[in-house]
Design a binder for this molecule. Structure first.
Ligand code: ADP
Ligand code: UDP
Length: 234
């Protein structure tokens, strides 16, 4: 499958059309950004590591009945995916308080949540992805009511499967971000599942193994992503 035309260049990936109008190629770059693009950098080989991590996770989720956009990983930086009409909502799933939730609620990072928390953010770079709720989703027609219900059910299932998957590998899944889109009338999980969009902590040491190492200048960023790849391939 060949890349034909560049359709979109984002902060971490480039999307290309292919000879099949239903399929795209996602090309994973090494560029990393944080704080709404204000912090920029390169994480060496991140594109390769994230493509491999995400492909492994999409395959695992598909085996458990979750419908994703994943089709194939033809090369180190390329993923063939089904073309989606992306629903402009970032779905954040949280098991443990961290990041913006810790700040907003005034609690220490690491506080286990009594119940899983689902949050929605309106996907808009110029607005800085503001937090929204299901009333905003309906009032602004970001998704149909039944689509939103399917997304919620799917996000909670994905959380269950991924929490188990990482736990078996000595990693705590603290929180993560999902994107969904429609394809031929179905809602599929899209984008990527990588340490760029998940908080992953070592079960024993609680060491961070995700993009917080870049955001907070903790060092050993590449090493952490490599370790996540090694563990997800176990
Ligand atoms: P951003 O747009 O936030 O800078 P990326 O660099 O990761 O992020 O760009 C990838 C873009 O592709 C995202 O906007 C994402 O919503 C979109 N996308 C992911 N999967 C698909 C898909 N299967 N079909 C169409 N668009 C997709
Ligand atoms: N996240 C993401 N993209 C975003 C915002 C958040 O992938 O635009 C992920 C982030 O990596 C973390 C989770 O969603 O795993 C929750 O992030 P949070 O709201 O705490 O925001 P942060 O403080 O990381 O900006």
């Amino acid at each position: 499958m060949q890349k034909i035309e560049k359709l979109y260049e984002g902060k971490a990936k480039v999307l290309y059309s292919t000879e099949d109008p239903n399929l795209l190629i996602q090309y994973f770059k090494d560029e990393a950004t944080a704080f709404d693009g204000k912090k920029k950098g390169i994480i060496q080989e991140k594109g390769v590591l994230n493509n491999k991590i995400s492909s492994r996770i999409f395959r695992y989720l598909e085996e458990r009945g979750i419908k994703t956009h994943f089709v194939d990983m033809p090369s180190d930086r390329e993923m063939v995916v089904k073309k989606l009409k992306i629903i402009p909502i970032e779905v954040v799933v949280r098991n443990i308080a961290a990041g913006s939730l810790s700040k907003r609620m005034g609690v220490e990072e690491g506080l286990p949540l009594k119940e899983t928390v689902l949050e929605f953010y309106y996907k808009s770079d110029p607005l800085g992805d503001p937090m929204i709720n299901e009333y905003h989703v309906k009032a602004f027609s970001l998704a149909e009511a039944d689509e939103l219900r399917r997304i919620e059910v799917s996000a909670l299932k994905i959380n269950k499967f991924l929490s188990e998957f990482f736990d078996e590998r000595g990693i705590i899944l603290v929180d993560f971000k999902l994107e969904f889109g429609s394809h031929k009338g179905e809602i599929l999980l899209g984008d990527e599942i990588t340490p760029d969009g998940c908080r992953l902590w070592d079960k024993e040491t609680k060491e961070k193994m995700d993009k917080d190492r870049f955001r907070r200048d903790l060092g050993k960023v590449e090493e952490a992503y490599q370790e996540v790849l090694r563990k997800v391939m176990e």
